[in-house]
Design a protein around this ligand. Structure first.
Ligand SMILES: C[S@@+](CC[C@H](N)C(=O)[O-])C[C@H]1O[C@@H](n2cnc3c(N)ncnc32)[C@H](O)[C@@H]1O
Length: 209
């Protein structure tokens, strides 16, 4: 992505405004709808950014993680409460058993920023963080077979350095989940773009004691 645009997206207000202008918020809401969350559920959101979609959640207990101090400060000021905690810690094994088991883990726009190795580790810990029946949803810019020129340009110029084809995202998920399904979404936002929305359930690995 062009450096000036990258810098602008580090600005919280610009990031949220651009997401809404492009219609990327609708893609997030679609992911949330997939989860069918209920009051009282526990949600872990890794790479939550400013969590501008927080108000769309029912009355869940929410834990948001992001490496950006700016995003976390913004989210905390706006949504922090008894049931919403935001942290700049890297979500990992040390959080298992400390946080309550999650009914859902959100990875909205994260995996295409992570290397295969980091994605693998995160997906494994996400699988271990789930309550029985829990599920994970991810959505990422992807390279889709047959995508048009503008869509391809969008994928080439995404901020994420690990934009993949659906099969590559799916292969990573299958290392940690027995149930993986997904679809290319290319009608969600106002600019031609391709996203891979991926649902994951049924963890393959139990947490180590
Ligand atoms: C495309 S943004 C998505 C933010 C938010 N989920 C959304 O949908 O608007 C990706 C976010 O991942 C964060 N991030 C990158 N690497 C991370 C990591 N290892 N752990 C947590 N957050 C990370 C970035 O700071 C950024 O806020």
């Amino acid at each position: 992505m062009l450096a000036p645009l990258k810098n602008l997206l580090g600005n919280v207000t610009m990031y949220v405004a651009l997401q809404k202008a492009l219609g990327s918020d609708r893609l997030r809401y679609r992911c949330l709808a997939e989860l069918d969350l209920r009051d009282g559920d526990t949600v872990i959101d890794v790479g939550c950014g400013p969590a501008y979609y927080f108000d769309r959640l029912p009355k869940v207990t929410y834990f948001g993680f992001d490496t950006s101090e700016r995003y976390i400060a913004h989210a905390t000021a706006r949504y922090g409460s008894e049931r919403a905690t935001f942290s700049t810690e890297i979500f990992g094994e040390r959080h298992l058993g400390v946080l309550p088991p999650a009914d859902a883990v959100l990875l909205l726009g994260l995996l295409h920023h992570l290397s295969d190795e980091d994605s693998r580790a995160l997906l494994r810990v996400a699988s271990q963080a789930l309550a029985p029946g829990g599920r994970v949803i991810a959505v990422d810019t992807c390279y889709a077979p047959g995508q048009g020129r503008i869509s391809k340009w969008m994928s080439d110029n995404d901020r994420g350095e690990h934009v993949r084809e659906p099969a590559a995202f799916e292969a990573l998920a299958r290392e940690s989940f027995a149930d993986v399904s997904g679809e290319v979404v290319d009608d969600a936002i106002r600019v031609p773009s391709s996203f891979w929305m991926m649902r994951m359930a049924t963890p393959l690995h139990v947490p180590t004691a």
